[in-house]
Design a protein around this ligand. Structure first.
Ligand code: NA7
Length: 536
């Protein structure tokens, strides 16, 4: 941290995760002065905080890494197909050192206010530590899955055992040996951590409200030969990723699931199953478009899962019935379902008997008390809007972002908000972020923002502001695209269903990462069509 950090800069970036770090590197490289504020004491964003046992990325490590520097991507060696949280954190720290990023980052500093000074057309940024900065541009890189959701369960604060949220795991780790542990939540985080905790705990109770689809992750160690092959094809791999639906170099089967023979269909699912990972959801292109196609995947999945669970009644409880497969982000696991065969693991069905309250000694459901030494909340996030809405962001006419988004987030291309000139929200609602490879998506957004700033400067303009009509059209386009899929059939965090009172709006752009990249590039090429370019 600099001794006398400047109070006037070109750009303030909020957040030092993958997006914020690259924003700093890129914009500083364009000759701009940049200051980054980060609430954590280190870089990495979600990978800094989510240190629960079993935390691992579900995008291949070779793809879930920066592409902006050829030497960086050639020199870094990933040790596994899917990287663990500690390895990703080592990588992000390596990047921060290699590009000398820390000198412009203030750690342990949360931004509280981002207020437009309209006559000056500058943003005033305030932090909890008392910093006040004036910036021409503000880049929000706070992450779409970063604001942990702590459920409002009566008595939670009275629990006297260890209480942990997966997204705020103690850095020193926890040894559950000999303990009676409870885990609430069976989303991606719960499904990753439950098998690991089960290996330690004396007794583990898994409190499940909604069962989830999960496929074996298929993680394998990478050897020198694997890495050499990946790196030899890196350029092509990146090209395919940028054009692909999810930001990775994989494409679905060319035909509909319903067009092919039963034999061919099973062979395709079997191949994906053996490979492992989230791409099972994308075996066929229409799997998320029609119930008939989806059912073929769902039934294949169900057969695979039933055989590994010893007790058929437990299997019934673990198999989702309320949503088509893939309409919530599919989870990936390492022996999750097999964990329920262990003597020391019990599944608690909260549909049959919901949690009533928590007391000093454990969890009360409507029919029983569970005595616990430790309770793990794997209860997810106020996704896509939560971390942005936590700040007091005030735009034109004193209107807050929370007022602007009261009925659900409203953006143009995910990047621009009407009434909030020169404020760029990275990887948030209106973009495909959470449906894609977040690292490449962050690069895409940052490069676009850098291009926009360059355009303003080249044209002697002061600001870029999304037009209201363009926002309305984009919101409608995102809604229409979602409605044409099965994605609205799930009570997912994509629609805010996990947060009581949150407006039910499908927040991501579902049209694909490659398509989205083309759209935002065309808008830029057309002189930022849909934005007002404000002259000085
Ligand atoms: P998720 O996917 O939102 O999962 C949260 C889980 O917690 C889910 O099973 C919830 O059940 C459960 N939950 C939440 N509140 C409660 C209460 N009050 N009582 C019981 N159960 C509750 O979060 P994750 O962290 O696993 O994953 C989020 C994303 O991060 C993931 O998709 C990856 O992209 C990375 P529910 O389904 O709401 O009934």
């Amino acid at each position: 941290t600099a001794a006398n950090p400047p109070t006037t800069v070109d750009v303030v970036v909020v957040g030092a995760g993958f997006a914020g770090l690259y924003a700093l590197h890129k914009l500083r490289g364009e000759g701009l002065t940049v200051r980054v504020f980060e609430a954590g004491d280190g870089v990495g964003g979600v990978w800094y905080w989510n240190r629960y046992p079993g935390a691992r990325c579900d995008v291949e490590s070779v793809d879930y890494s920066y592409s902006f520097d050829e030497d960086l991507q050639r020199e870094w060696d990933w040790s596994e197909k899917y990287a663990t949280q500690p390895e990703i954190l080592r990588y992000v720290n390596h990047v921060a050192d290699r590009f000398d990023l820390r000198r412009d980052i203030e750690f342990g500093t949360r931004v509280t206010d981002v207020v437009l000074d309209e006559p000056a057309m500058r943003w005033e940024i305030r932090t909890e530590a008392g910093d006040v900065l004036s910036a021409r541009f503000c880049v929000l890189a706070v992450g779409p899955l970063s604001n942990a959701n702590v459920p409002a369960i009566e008595g939670l604060e009275s629990f006297e055992g260890g209480l942990y949220h997966t997204a705020h795991w103690p850095h020193e780790g926890i040894d559950f040996t000999g303990m009676r542990v409870g885990v609430i939540g069976t989303g991606s985080s719960g499904i990753q951590t439950i098998p690991r905790i089960a290996e330690q705990a004396a007794q583990l109770h898994v409190f499940q409200r909604t069962p989830n689809y999960s496929v074996p992750a298929g993680n394998v160690p990478l050897g020198d030969a694997d890495r050499a092959e990946q790196k030899a094809n890196y350029t092509e791999r990146r090209r395919l990723s940028m054009a692909g639906g999810g930001g990775s170099p994989h494409e679905p089967h060319p035909k509909s699931a319903l067009e092919v023979s039963e034999e061919e269909r099973r062979a395709a699912y079997e191949k994906r199953w053996q490979l492992g990972g989230v791409l099972f959801s994308k075996t066929f292109p229409d799997q998320l478009l029609t119930i008939e196609a989806n059912d073929t995947a769902r039934l294949f999945w169900e057969d695979k899962v039933r055989v590994v669970i010893d007790d058929p009644e437990v299997a019934d409880l673990l198999i989702p019935k309320d949503h088509p497969i893939g309409t919530k982000r599919i989870c990936t696991d390492d022996k999750y379902f097999q964990t329920f065969n262990r003597e020391n693991v019990k599944l608690v069905d909260l549909r049959a008997a919901p949690i009533e309250r928590i007391d000093s000694a454990g969890v009360h459901t409507t029919d029983k008390h569970y005595a616990l030494d430790a309770l793990v909340l794997a209860t997810g996030f106020d996704a896509m809007t939560g971390s942005v809405e936590k700040m007091n962001i005030v735009g034109r006419g004193g209107r807050t972002l929370n007022q602007e988004w009261a009925e659900g987030p409203k953006t143009y291309l995910g990047l621009g908000i009407a009434g909030f000139p020169n404020l760029f929200n990275l990887t948030g609602p209106g973009s495909p972020s959470v449906l894609a490879n977040m690292v490449l998506h962050s690069e895409l957004h940052v490069n676009w923002v850098a291009g926009a700033i360059g355009y303003l400067d080249a044209h002697g303009a002061v600001a870029l502001e999304a037009r209201r009509d363009a926002v309305a059209d984009w919101v409608e386009e995102c809604a229409d695209r979602a409605a044409a899929t099965l994605m609205l059939h799930a009570n997912s965090w994509h629609v805010g269903a996990n947060i009581p009172g949150k407006p039910r709006v499908f927040m991501p752009f579902v049209g694909g990462f490659g398509v989205y990249g083309e759209i935002i590039a065309e808008v830029a090429a057309a002189g930022y069509k849909g934005f007002d370019v404000i002259e000085g």
